[in-house]
Structures are given as structure tokens and as C-alpha cells.
Design a protein around this ligand. Structure first.
Ligand SMILES: Cc1cc2nc3c(=O)[nH]c(=O)nc-3n(C[C@H](O)[C@H](O)[C@H](O)COP(=O)(O)O)c2cc1C
Length: 467
């Protein structure tokens, strides 16, 4: 949202939105070290949530995918969360140890059902007194290791798939109808707190009855969207309150920002009814050089020799286990077809498959490796990293503020690498500087997530929706 705040005689200033994301299936989080308790321990979630609330963040987002941990030729990826709890359940527990922080869960609109999910989200909204959000995800049917490393893969969705995997457009059409149906259910209680019958007949769902959860404190939980395709952006413009993106440079982000905001008018919405928040990873240091050193050390930890070979095999589509990670890239070309590395069943590792355009990615990697004299591992480190901002707290506060003031973003979803503790430095060192700049709140003004985001409470309607 583009609320502006004036303080200390300064002109009104667009406010930066902040949120934090804890990955589910993942390829970037470092859970090693003496303080790490692993991805299933509630205390890890609690620590993260308390830090985000101390930083006055709008919300904490728990990522999720239908797939199990990323696996390749029978071995689980080094950095994947093996054993992770179901996000909405965790958020219900977090509601009891936080007061103001918004609580957002990624839940797939391809594999769930509106009545059940609407109930679970409305229940979370009641238990948290108005802090629930739903990140509506649809799950990709391909992965692309040249982009973010935690893409979400259909091949891993066998554990929940019913019949064939729907194509891209169908997934979005189901998601749009899913959200409309869920909203009709949330709206189905009359203002005098009596339930009314709902009825929905559509292409994907035909349901009727009475919704069992009373109208929730926010009216409707906040809706977050992240897909980047044309359909994904249209879907966001039609239904989302927040867009979460991976466009991690101001240039890329401002293009997306202008595009998505321009789509709102066709849906009868104003630009500030949708908040756009790129996911960013920040590495801090007392000096720029120290921050760079720390960033390099983190990348080295993330890309072990084994992970480097694995990333290479996903591009080349061949068994490259005999290659030395500290040696040069393979002279042979990637396998041309979309066949996958031999080994498990059809040969595809779960969770992450082959990149979209292997020949182009291989050519890019080779060019980089030759130009800079990089080994396999160094090339993977250089090409798959996602450390958006590396620098001093003041440099980073200034950069974030500029992104927001120039409408390249409305705010950011922080995705820290080390867990736990990855968010503390940002909250302790960068948040106060954003506050000094008059670009970030110094206290929560309201109690609900809608109020943090400046969104009005929606007006309840009848239980009928258009298909
Ligand atoms: C920033 C971002 C975060 C995402 N987070 C999740 C997630 O937590 N779980 C999931 O299953 N899919 C997630 N997705 C996948 C999207 O829901 C969607 O399925 C995918 O991006 C394909 O749609 P598109 O072609 O419109 O981009 C995410 C996508 C993006 C861009």
C-alpha cells in the first residue's frame, strides 16, 4: 500500500512494507550451526516470528509445496527441509505467542478444496484476532535452476495428485474460482452473526450448505499471490491484496510493478489496493567489504561440492558425478531432450527437475566460467545465488527506501539464509535506520493484518457467487 506518513516536519513519505518468509521446501536456507534446531522444532518458528514482530513487520509467511524434499538420483538435496510441519497448524500455534504480526501460509489452490481451506483460514483469523493471510500458490510444472532455487515442481506432487496434473491455465482458472468461492463462504454469515446458506456452481466446484465458522475478524483473510506469468499477474490484479515476486532488482521490479498496477483498473481497483513486495535476501556487514566476504562465505556453505554437481546435472541432464567440482565445466553438451538423469524411476529427482532451456543455460554458464576462469562449483555459486542486497545497514536502508519511493516496490519480503537468527541483524540494524528516514512505522497502528496493510475490511455479501 502506498500510505504516506509525515513526521518531524518532513514531507509525507511512502511507507516501506516489510514481511519475512520462512522457506518450506528449499534450496537456500542454512540450518546448520549450534543455534539451529531444524525445520520441525516449534522454537525455530517462534524465534523467527518474535523477531519479525519486534521489527514491526506486516506478516510472516510460511512457504509450502506439495512435494517432498528435493531429491536427485536417490539423494536428498543438502539444504532441503527434511521433515516439516504443516504451515497453518504452525501459524495457529504462533498466534498464541505473537500479538500483532500477520500470519500467512502458502496453500495450494490446485490440490485443496474451498470449504475445508476457507474453514482453516477463518479459524486462524479468529484465533489470531484478525491476522490471517493466504498465499494462494498453484505449483509449477517445471523448475528452472537458473532462476530462484526453490521453484515448486509438479513431479513432486504425486503424493497429492488426483488424476493428471492440470495445465497452467486450468490451475489459474481453478485458483480464481477457489478464491471467489472461499470469499463467498467467508461472506456468508449475516452481519447479525447468523449463518446463511451459500451456494456455488462453477466449472471447478459445485458446493452448497452452511459455513460453520462465523464471520472472521478481518471479514476475509488477506490474499497473497506470487505467480509471474500473464495469467498469474491477471489473477493478482483480480483478487490479490499482496503480490510477492522474485524480481530482485529495482529495474526488474519496477517493470513488474508498473505492469501489475496498470492491470488493476480493469478490475475496478485502485493502485493502492494491491501491495507489491519483492522477496529479497540481505547480507550485512560493518563495511561493504565485510558484507561481501560474509556473502561469499554463505554462498560457499550453500553450494557444497555435491550440490554443485547436482545443479550441473539438472542443466546437462546427464550423470556428471565423475566430474571434479573444482575443475572446469564439462566439454560435452547437455542432453537435448527433456529426459532426466537416470537413476530413480523415470529418472527425475523429486522437487526439482531439469531447467527450461538447458542449451541456453549451459552456454551462459560456459561463457561465464571462461570469462572469469571459474570452476564448476564457482560457476554454480555465481549463477544460482539470490543475495539481493549486500552492504552496510545504512547502505541497505537507503537502497530499500529508494526502491519504494521510486515505485519499484511497496515493500519487501525478507528471505534470510541462516536459520535461526537470519532476521535479527536486519531488525536490529536496518529497521531503526528506515524509521529514522521516516519510511517505516515505529509502532503498529492497528491490530489486524488488514490494518497494517492499510486495507479496508471488506463488506459482507450474500452467499452467492458467479461461477
Ligand atoms: C515468489 C514466489 C513464491 C512462491 N512460493 C510458492 C510456495 O510457497 N509454494 C508453492 O507451491 N508455490 C510457490 N510458488 C509458485 C507459484 O504459486 C506458481 O505456481 C508458479 O510461480 C507458476 O506460476 P506462474 O507461471 O504464473 O509464475 C511461488 C512463486 C513465486 C514467484
Amino acid at each position: 500500500m502506498t500510505t504516506r506518513q509525515s513526521g518531524g516536519g518532513r514531507p509525507p513519505r511512502k511507507q516501506v512494507r516489510l514481511a519475512a518468509r520462512l522457506p518450506g521446501v528449499d534450496g537456500t536456507t542454512l540450518r546448520s550451526g549450534p543455534r539451529s534446531r531444524g525445520p520441525i522444532d516449534f522454537r525455530s518458528f517462534e524465534q523467527f516470528a518474535r523477531t519479525a514482530e519486534r521489527g514491526l513487520f506486516d506478516f510472516l509467511l510460511l512457504a509450502e509445496g506439495p512435494e517432498g524434499p528435493g531429491e536427485h538420483r536417490g539423494r536428498t538435496d543438502d539444504l532441503d527441509a527434511v521433515g516439516r510441519p504443516e504451515p497453518i497448524t504452525v501459524l495457529n500455534a504462533l498466534a498464541a505467542v505473537t500479538d500483532r504480526l500477520g500470519l500467512a501460509a502458502a496453500v495450494d489452490a490446485t490440490f485443496n478444496e474451498p470449504y475445508e481451506l476457507a474453514r482453516r483460514l477463518a479459524s486462524l483469523d479468529h484465533l489470531s484476532a484478525g491476522r490471517a493471510a493466504w498465499h494462494v500458490v498453484t505449483t509449477s510444472d517445471t523448475s528452472d535452476t537458473s532462476g530462484p532455487s526453490d521453484t515448486f515442481d509438479a513431479p513432486g506432487a504425486e503424493n497429492v495428485r488426483r488424476g493428471g496434473f492440470p495445465d497452467h491455465a486450468d490451475r489459474y482458472s481453478r485458483a480464481a474460482e477457489f478464491v471467489r468461492t472461499a470469499r463467498a463462504l467467508w461472506d456468508s454469515w449475516a452481519p447479525d452473526a447468523t449463518p446463511r446458506r451459500f451456494e456455488h456452481r462453477g466449472r471447478h466446484f459445485t458446493i452448497e450448505g452452511e459455513f460453520t465458522v462465523p464471520r472472521c475478524p478481518q471479514g476475509r483473510p488477506v490474499v497473497i499471490q506470487a505467480g509471474d506469468s500473464d495469467e498469474g499477474r491477471e489473477f493478482a490484479a483480480a483478487v490479490a491484496d499482496v503480490v510477492f515476486t522474485w524480481h530482485g532488482t529495482p529495474e526488474a521490479s519496477s517493470l513488474l510493478y508498473a505492469d501489475v498496477k496498470a492491470r488493476l483498473a480493469a478490475h475496478g481497483r485502485a493502485p493502492d489496493e494491491l501491495t507489491i513486495m519483492p522477496g529479497i535476501t540481505v547480507v550485512l556487514g560493518d563495511t561493504d567489504a565485510e558484507a561481501q566476504e560474509r556473502a561469499a562465505a554463505l554462498r560457499g556453505q550453500q553450494i557444497s561440492p555435491r550440490t554443485a554437481i547436482l545443479a550441473l546435472e539438472r542443466v546437462w541432464g546427464r550423470d556428471l558425478s565423475a566430474y571434479d567440482p573444482d575443475g572446469p565445466l564439462p566439454g560435452i553438451d547437455p542432453a537435448p531432450e527433456r529426459v532426466l538423469v537416470q537413476g530413480q524411476g523415470q529418472g527425475q529427482g523429486r522437487g526439482r527437475g531439469r531447467v527450461r532451456d538447458p542449451l541456453a543455460v549451459a552456454a551462459e554458464w560456459r561463457a561465464l566460467s571462461e570469462a572469469k576462469g571459474l570452476s564448476i562449483r564457482e560457476t554454480v555459486i555465481e549463477t544460482t545465488g539470490r543475495q539481493t542486497l549486500v552492504g552496510t545497514p545504512s547502505g541497505i536502508a537507503a537502497a530499500l527506501d529508494v526502491w519504494v519511493q521510486t515505485d519499484a516496490a511497496d515493500g519487501f519480503v525478507l528471505v534470510p539464509h541462516p536459520d535461526p537468527g537470519g532476521l535479527d541483524d536486519f531488525v536490529d540494524q536496518v529497521v531503526p535506520l528506515l524509521q529514522e528516514r521516516g519510511a517505516f512505522r515505529t509502532e503498529y497502528a492497528g491490530a489486524t493484518l488488514r490494518s497494517h496493510l492499510g486495507l479496508p475490511e471488506p463488506v459482507g455479501r450474500s452467499g452467492k457467487v458467479d461461477p
